[in-house]
Write a protein that binds this ligand. Structure first.
Ligand code: MIG
Length: 818
């Protein structure tokens, strides 16, 4: 049955009186309601200091300006001078931010809150807030004073902020939006929604990341509007000279984040909201998914096929059909009579098993999860304390209130059985939350909200995040401190601390391949670097070419998983015939060769807050307002890719940023700062390596950890500019890295016409199992006469393919070849 039919079948049961109420409400005619008057701040007349903050008042309303760091300042508005509870799900615990110094200076026309880097000017004439650097260049300025409106729906306020937009200003960020990279000229809203088969520019989608980056005059800043209600953004769309953001409730509360580099804005956003935990190494291998692989024989067969065809794969997924009547934490024993045995056999063959868990718990008095939830009042309730029900896959369901720490704790323990069965990772779906028929929960549903309490209007956008947080914490305990693997569809700012994400139910079209490339770049600069699309498209049928091109992009997606809807044809890498299989195999192998490089990129994200995918605008910020090649991006520090986006495409124009670049497949060197026409035969795509980089490479393995590595291969690309590269190695699945049990190596490569030096230093307590590097040099412009490693001469060796290489002790500090 097609997904839409299944949904309709279940939704047809949904017309209870309650739903009819809602429908009537929606259908009420809008009568002639006069426009509601907005109130604006008056002139600031006084201020008080409190710790790192200054509170300005116009006599009635107050604005708090709080200095978090030299480059991070928060602005809050209290229309009646009483600020709301200072609590946020987005911020990481133990925020470790301090300004080096700050002060307040009063002039005739303004109050100046100054840090070592930023001046926040509060104008006396009109209460406009302006952010400048210390040299006086304006980065971001109010167009109007902060304003609000009595919220006629449910008390509180609608809150608004309107900023000036300069003529060249470009906007990036905002999570999973399916629009062009530069958001200018568009309006968006944030209300996590199950958007099966979404389209280009459709909005809202699954995630709420109310953070954007503005680039004006070549300089970048960020705004993080930390408000969980339904929020809205207008990027110079209504009026070309202004950008606004507003919300249907909560507080006007935003962080101004200074650049001037986009990279620094993203890093500072991570300083507030945290980075991704280190995923287990296997989680960044290739994953095969399907709605659904069942019964057991089918799962085993798919796994066997991978090994037989020698196509690497680390994980296989079980979608909802593994459950007994879609009851979470149960097995359908007809399909899976002995899950423990199956999972153990898969594990012995190098496969991890990942299973889906949804939030909807079937109303069934004989089902222990329902009983426990009901007895302990763990499920969400309506305003009158009556339980709340909705229809999802299991039929009638109730839904845990994950905003209650007790509920999260309980939910975390429910995974015990699955973990004992050997399940290695968990996939949380439908957590927008999605409810058939009515979309989501009614607005009056109550949430505990960490003790601060609130309705679903306030909790909706963080529901999925709190669900996967509870999953993550639960798994972490149950797996005895092995790193969990979690993936979620819904998210709010900060979800990266608990989970990876995918972009939901996309479509098997070339347009969607492009949309996915935009979404992943956007997610990456919005804090959610561990992201992926359903490779091949969830719904619809790709042909071999689209599937293969998408697989090529998948190699450079931080999360690499093929997935598809239940009513589509087979989607394994061999499903489209041998010609396509061979190319897919070659590209999946490339993923496995690059694993040490990719793992290093994840470490750089975790430790140094660097996004994994980097749009051209981030590499060369002056290109931001006139971005031409939106689908091109850097993958980590040293690789640039430009996926092929059209059927039958023979070649494509690629822009190479400044510097020299090697074409990956034949090591031709190109000068950057220009556009080039690159051939795109089906078994290749434009992949370029930055000159001067060190790219570590694993031998092809069928799954991570399959082979012991005796000598780690390093490919060193000659370059004349001094260039940095990194390499990170650890156990691959423990939290020992938190105690410095890792090895982080740093390389500096510098070439001259007739010699090349490579310097290495390292830190950390982990001792890798290999002793030597097998070093290959690429692009040397001279003949090698002498190789010197820390004062000792060595000679060139030849590998089994007669390629020259050097065997070097892993502790080397300086290597010179001339
Ligand atoms: O209503 O679990 O986005 O990945 O395969 C559809 C079945 C529910 C939606 C997810 C998709 C998953 C599907 N789910």
């Amino acid at each position: 049955m097609a997904e839409s039919e299944k949904k309709e079948e279940i939704a047809s049961e949904v017309l209870t009186e309650e739903t009819l109420d809602n429908i009537q409400h929606v259908n009420n005619p809008v009568l002639d309601v006069p426009a509601i008057e907005k109130k604006y701040l008056g002139k600031p007349t006084s201020y008080v200091k409190s710790n790192n903050a200054f509170i300005f008042s116009d006599g009635k309303a107050s604005v708090e300006v709080k200095v978090f760091a030299d480059e991070i300042i928060r602005v809050r508005l209290a229309p009646q001078s009483s600020f709301l509870d200072d609590f946020s799900y987005a911020l990481k615990k133990d925020l470790d931010l301090h300004p080096t110094s700050f002060s307040l200076e009063e002039t005739d026309d303004a109050y100046l809150v100054k840090t070592a880097v930023v001046v926040c000017r509060i104008q006396k004439a009109d209460f406009l807030v302006v952010f400048e650097n210390v040299e006086g260049k304006v980065f971001n300025a109010d167009h109007k004073p902060l304003h609000w409106e009595e919220n006629v729906d449910f008390g509180g306020y609608y809150v608004y902020c309107t900023k000036k937009a300069t003529a060249d200003e470009a906007f990036f960020g905002l999570g999973d939006k399916s629009s062009n990279l530069n958001l200018r000229g568009r309006r968006f809203s944030n209300w996590n929604s199950d958007t099966y088969g979404f389209g280009f520019n459709q909005d809202p989608l699954y995630k709420t990341i109310p953070f954007y980056i503005g680039v004006t005059g070549g300089d970048a800043y960020g705004i993080f509007f930390d408000n969980t209600f339904k929020t809205f953004f207008d990027f110079a769309a209504e009026k070309n000279d202004r950008t606004s953001y507003w919300s249907e409730g909560g507080e006007m509360q935003y962080y101004y984040i200074h650049g001037p580099q986009m990279m620094d804005v993203v890093k500072r956003y991570h300083d507030l909201t945290g980075t991704h935990y280190m995923p287990p190494l296997w989680a960044i291998g290739y994953h095969q998914c399907r709605w659904s692989y069942y019964p057991e024989a089918n799962v085993r067969d798919v796994a066997d096929q991978f090994r037989k065809r020698q196509i690497p794969c680390d994980a296989i997924y079980l979608d909802i059909d593994y459950m007994d009547g879609y009851r979470c934490f149960t097995w359908n024993k007809r399909y899976f009579p002995d899950p423990k045995k199956m999972i153990a056999d898969l594990a012995a063959n190098g496969f991890k098993t990942v299973v889906m868990i949804d939030p909807g718990i079937k109303v069934d008095e004989d089902y222990w999860v329902f009983k426990e939830g009901k007895e302990n009042r763990y499920f969400c309730r309506r305003g009158d304390d009556y339980f709340m029900e909705g229809y999802v896959w299991p039929g009638r369901c109730q839904f845990p209130d994950y905003t209650n720490p007790k509920v999260r704790e309980w939910w975390g323990t429910l995974y015990r059985g699955l973990v004992e069965d050997g399940v290695a990772g968990v996939w949380n779906d439908m957590n927008e939350p999605a409810v058939f028929g009515r979309g989501t929960f009614p607005g009056d549903v109550r949430h505990y909200y960490e003790g601060f309490r609130g309705s679903h209007r306030k909790a909706h956008n963080i529901y999925g995040m709190q669900m996967v947080r509870s999953t993550y914490d639960g798994l972490k305990k149950l797996q005895r401190n092995k790193r969990p693997f979690t993936i979620t569809r819904a998210a709010y700012a900060g979800t990266q601390r608990y989970s990876s994400v995918w972009t939901g139910d996309n479509i098997a079209t070339w347009e969607h391949l492009r949309i996915g490339i935009l979404q992943l770049q956007r997610l990456s600069v919005s804090g959610l670097s561990f992201c992926g699309t359903d490779i091949g498209g969830f719904t619809g049928e790709p042909d071999g070419e689209l599937y293969t091109r998408w697989m090529q992009f998948g190699v450079f997606s931080p999360f690499m998983r093929v997935h598809s809807a239940g009513d589509t044809r087979d989607r394994e890498p061999w499903s489209f015939g041998p010609e396509w299989e061979a190319i897919c195999k070659k590209f999946i192998e490339l993923r496995y060769k690059l694993l040490p490089y990719i793992y290093t990129a994840f470490w750089r994200q975790h430790k140094y807050c660097e996004p994994i995918l980097r749009p051209i605008a981030l590499l060369e910020q002056e290109k931001a307002s006139n971005l031409q090649r939106e689908e091109e991006f850097a993958f980590g520090h040293n690789i640039l890719v430009s996926p092929v986006l059209n059927p039958g495409q023979q070649s494509k124009i690629v822009y190479l940023p400044e510097g020299d670049w090697y074409y990956y497949f034949d090591n031709t060197i190109y000068h950057g700062g220009q556009e080039l026409q690159i051939d795109t035969p089906l078994d290749k795509m434009p992949i370029f390596v930055r000159a001067g980089s060190v790219i570590p490479e694993y031998p092809v393995m069928q799954y991570t950890g399959e082979k012991h590595i005796d000598a780690l291969r390093l490919n060193i690309y000659f370059g004349e500019r001094r260039q940095d590269s990194d390499l990170y190695i650890d156990h691959g699945d423990t939290f020992a890295y938190e105690q410095s049990v890792y090895n982080e190596k740093h390389f500096i490569v510098e070439g001259k016409k007739d010699c090349l030096t490579v310097m290495q230093n390292q830190e950390g307590l982990y001792n890798e199992r290999f002793d030597t590097y097998k070093i290959y040099f690429i692009g040397l412009p001279f003949n090698v006469n002498k190789i010197d490693v820390d004062g000792v001469s060595i000679s060139v060796l030849r590998d089994e393919d007669n390629m020259p290489y050097f065997s070097v002790e892993k502790e080397f500090r300086k290597l010179t070849i001339a």
